[in-house]
Design a protein around this ligand. Structure first.
Ligand code: ADP
Ligand code: MG
Length: 368
């Protein structure tokens, strides 16, 4: 199966609806790429506790963690292949960004503890995603990894930071900022500010007004930085070396969401779409022989009487499998690539199962 993107991409971004398997498949893809000899970093957003433990990562880690030799061995990864994992906490990264830009620790702390900052960074379009991606950009530039596999949050907002013109920037207009920042300008302006303060004190109370002022004063610096870098980042994501993979399950809702991402990435944002991963698919069932018309010789009475039910179930399963295969063919014809990953009963949270999933992911496609 054609998985050239492991060799010729530097970043692979997994997009799709919530719960389709983005986090799981990001890890599985990273494992497979490392098996092929690449030095890989997988950045997950919201792994289950067990998955995080399996990869040996924890929340709030400041930097990626390399998988131990034992884990690599268990996964069949040999040098030069290597795998590191990082659980990304967008708010933490955003806070780090504040520390980087506002050099004075006291000032930075003032902004970080500001109530408005806390609410605004969660609300402003793409702010957290943007700063998170900016942190990744550093790794890519540093050349510590050949490939970064990037998981995305469980929502359409995953790509907000790449949209132009950015709503974040429109919201954070500097001219609005300056109105709230006291202590500068002509007497008329000072007067205006005085009046604004009075009105705001009445509307929100003096505490909130002061919080707002501190926020606007300090956040202006962050805004300048983001404005400066956003264009560069957008350009970076449009480069040929950055590929987008759409993860979907065969359910209608997930497919609609994936279609949304397909149009968004390829047609609106002009990003490089590598294709689809159809997760939780039954298509592999087509490889399996069907039960015969009659039960095997020597079958017990119980098996004999249950046989028609087995057959019926097998036929139903085969019909679903054929629908999934047709779906996979359709996704391939639209984007040029599809990988089919089977549904593993009991979920995928330990290394053994991840390893299995990453292997089956690139097996030859099923015959129709
Ligand atoms: N192919 C699969 N077979 C069985 N369970 C799966 C499969 N892919 C994902 N899962 C399970 O589904 C749940 C959601 O997967 P996850 O990767 O967290 O989705 P997302 O990141 O898209 O929200 C997890 O419990 C995961 O173990
Ligand atoms: Mg996830």
């Amino acid at each position: 199966m054609n998985n050239d993107f492991f060799q010729n991409k530097r970043v692979l971004v997994c997009c799709g609806a919530g719960g389709v398997g983005k986090t799981t498949l990001s890890a599985a893809l990273a494992i497979q790429a490392a098996r092929l000899g690449r030095r890989v970093l997988v950045v997950t957003i919201d792994p289950s506790k067990r998955l995080a433990e399996s990869l040996g990562i924890s929340r709030n880690a400041e930097a990626p963690v390399a998988l131990s030799k034992e884990r690599l061995k268990e996964l069949g990864i040999e040098a030069p292949g290597a795998l590191s994992a990082w659980m990304l906490d967008p708010q933490l990264i955003c806070d780090n960004c504040v520390h980087r830009i506002i050099r004075d620790p006291a000032e930075a702390k003032k902004l970080l503890s500001n109530r408005i900052y806390r609410n605004v960074t969660a609300m402003v379009a793409g702010m957290q995603e943007y700063t998170a991606v900016e942190a990744l950009h550093e790794f890519i530039k540093e050349d510590a990894y050949d490939l970064v596999v990037l998981d995305t949050p469980p929502s359409r907002n995953a790509l907000r930071f790449l949209e132009a013109p950015s709503r974040a920037m429109a919201f954070l207009d500097k001219r609005i900022f300056s109105l709230f920042v006291p202590g500068e300008g002509s007497r008329v302006r000072q007067m205006a500010i005085f009046l604004i303060e009075k009105v705001m004190d009445m509307a929100f109370g003096a505490d909130t007004r002061r919080d707002l002022q501190v926020f606007f004063q300090l956040f202006g610096n962050i805004l300048g930085h983001l404005n400066h870098n956003q264009g560069e980042m957008r350009q970076f994501f449009q480069e040929d070396s950055v590929g987008f993979l759409l993860v979907t399950s065969p359910e209608r809702e997930a497919l609609n969401e994936a279609r949304y991402f397909e149009i968004k990435t390829r047609d609106e944002l002009h990003l490089h779409l590598c294709g689809y991963i159809l997760n939780r698919s039954l298509a592999w069932v087509l490889k399996r022989p069907m039960p015969g018309e009659t039960p095997p010789e020597g079958a017990s009475e119980a098996l004999k009487s249950a046989w028609p039910h087995f057959q019926k179930l097998a036929l139903q399963e085969q019909a679903t499998a054929m629908t999934h295969q047709k779906l996979a063919d359709e996704l391939k014809s639209r984007t040029g690539f599809v990988a089919i990953s089977p549904i593993l009963p009991g979920g995928v949270s330990d290394l053994e199962r991840l390893s299995l999933l990453s292997q089956t992911l690139f097996e030859e496609p099923q015959h129709a």
